[in-house]
Design a protein around this ligand. Structure first.
Ligand SMILES: Nc1nc2c(ncn2[C@@H]2O[C@H](COP(=O)(O)OP(=O)(O)OP(=O)(O)O)[C@@H](O)[C@H]2O)c(=O)[nH]1
Length: 429
């Protein structure tokens, strides 16, 4: 789990570091016009994130972008004069609480899609809070509250910096909760929201630095944008059920497969019967089991879910004969795998699940283990079939010949002619 979370955090942290270095180091050399553009960047990126969040059904990233937009607009409108002014200081203090609290609430919320009623609540309440702050600041009614602010908001963490002790405690709590949500859900959106929570205190701590707010808001909006783009990539290229790269990823690989390669098409035997007899959910379990076995392929093979119950393995730089042993290993490991169908009362907990499956325990799978087999057809790129479409068609032909020959076997395209002549059952099974 830790590795998975760390992997999710690599891209956001790297992006944050790069954006911060580039923006901070080059800002002093930029012309006044470019500096104006930088001040507009958080708005532009925020608007792009709203659109992407809506298009890709990512309500939490959309709401986070909106929260940042409101906060940035408030800073640009109201906090461009010294914080020593009572109205400004009270607004600043309240903003240092409102921004992380909103971000945390978004982080804790489930993903419900942008058209859900709960999302509108998350959308309207922060807007109302930011508007009230702006109105009170505009009417110069906030300064009065300076004498009434609780001590933790008046005491600063460090001399010369504006982060109050109260806000520091709040940020610490948001890190912990955001980290816990990330550890539980392990999604890209949660990784981006967590890193955004980690970055926010810097804004308040170095608030008096020139251009700090456009720079940090640009970095955080970029972070959300990266999460949205990688989510859309995942949608397009990764099959949700099995976690394998999908057909689109295969097509991309086949656009430059190299001079020599072998392509294997594989198909689960009698899968329709299995689905009809055990149900669609059981069929999905079979697909996941087959995918998990195929992921172990050796010889540098790359596995894809081609569609339905068909999978593809691509071996770059290998001939049919070289790829064959690895495919046979896969076929045999799947045929040997004892499949215990997940019962409706089976626990989601992996350890408890293992205990439940032990012989003699209640719900030890579906009683006796089922077995599933696959048939494989393979073809290497050759002088008469140079194009990947032709290689795939020949691999498909070999697959259907393997099915016709009795299933649970592997047949190479180069054997097809010979098989017809000998009409034998020899195959590789
Ligand atoms: N559970 C489940 N079933 C799927 C999925 N995609 C396709 N199928 C089913 O896969 C079955 C494919 O059946 P067929 O193409 O007739 O092939 P088959 O029964 O495997 O027979 P042979 O290939 O000749 O061994 C159909 O019943 C589809 O509904 C999926 O994602 N989940």
């Amino acid at each position: 789990m830790t590795i998975q979370v760390l992997r999710l955090l690599i891209a956001p942290f790297a992006l944050m570091l790069m954006a911060t270095l580039v923006l901070f180091s080059s800002l002093s050399h930029l012309s006044a016009q470019l500096q104006l553009l930088i001040a507009a960047l958080p708005y532009l990126l925020g608007a792009a994130n709203l659109l992407l969040g809506f298009l890709f059904n990512q309500s939490r990233l959309l709401l986070a972008a909106l929260n940042l937009l409101w906060a940035y607009a408030l800073i640009q409108l109201c906090l461009q004069t010294p914080l020593e002014r009572p109205d400004n200081y009270v607004l600043f203090s309240l903003l240092s609480l409102l921004l992380p609290v909103n971000q945390l609430l978004i982080c804790l919320a489930p993903e419900r899609g942008p058209l859900n009623r709960g999302v509108w609540l998350h959308l309207l309440l922060p807007l109302l809070a930011y508007l009230t702050l702006w109105l009170l600041w505009h009417k110069q009614m906030l300064g009065y509250w300076l004498g009434h602010l609780p001590m933790p908001l008046l005491e600063l963490l460090a001399e010369g910096h504006y982060l109050s002790e109260g806000a520091t405690w709040l940020f610490s709590a948001t890190f912990l909760l955001g980290g816990a949500v990330l550890a539980l859900r392990r999604t890209r959106a949660d990784a981006a929201l967590f890193v955004s929570l980690l970055t926010m205190p810097a804004l308040f701590f170095w608030f008096d630095l020139n251009h700090i707010s456009p720079l940090l808001f640009t970095c955080i909006q970029l972070l959300l944008c990266q999460a949205l783009v990688s989510h859309s990539h995942q949608l397009a290229f990764i099959d949700e059920l099995t976690g394998l790269p999908a057909r689109r990823a295969l097509q991309e690989q086949l656009s430059s497969p190299g001079q020599r390669y072998t392509l294997a098409m594989m198909d689960i035997d009698h899968f329709k019967q299995f689905n009809d007899h055990h149900g669609h959910d059981a069929g999905d379990q079979v697909l996941r089991m087959v995918a998990s076995q195929l992921k172990r392929v050796g010889g540098g093979g790359r596995v894809f879910r081609y569609g339905g119950e068909e999978f593809t393995v691509l071996f770059r730089g290998k001939t049919e004969a070289q790829a064959l042993p690895y495919l046979e290993q896969l076929r045999e490991s799947i045929a040997r795998y004892p499949l215990h169908l997940r019962q409706p009362d089976r626990t989601e907990n992996a350890k408890a699940g293992r205990q439940q499956r032990q012989p003699g325990k209640r719900g030890a799978g579906a009683g006796k283990a089922l077995s599933v087999t696959i048939s494989i057809g393979l073809c290497e790129r050759g002088p008469t079939h140079l194009h990947s479409d032709e290689v795939m068609q020949l691999a498909d032909k070999a697959l259907y010949a393997a099915k016709a020959a009795g299933r649970n076997r592997t047949l190479a395209s180069s054997q097809l002619g010979r098989r017809k002549r000998r009409s034998s059952q020899a195959d590789f099974a």
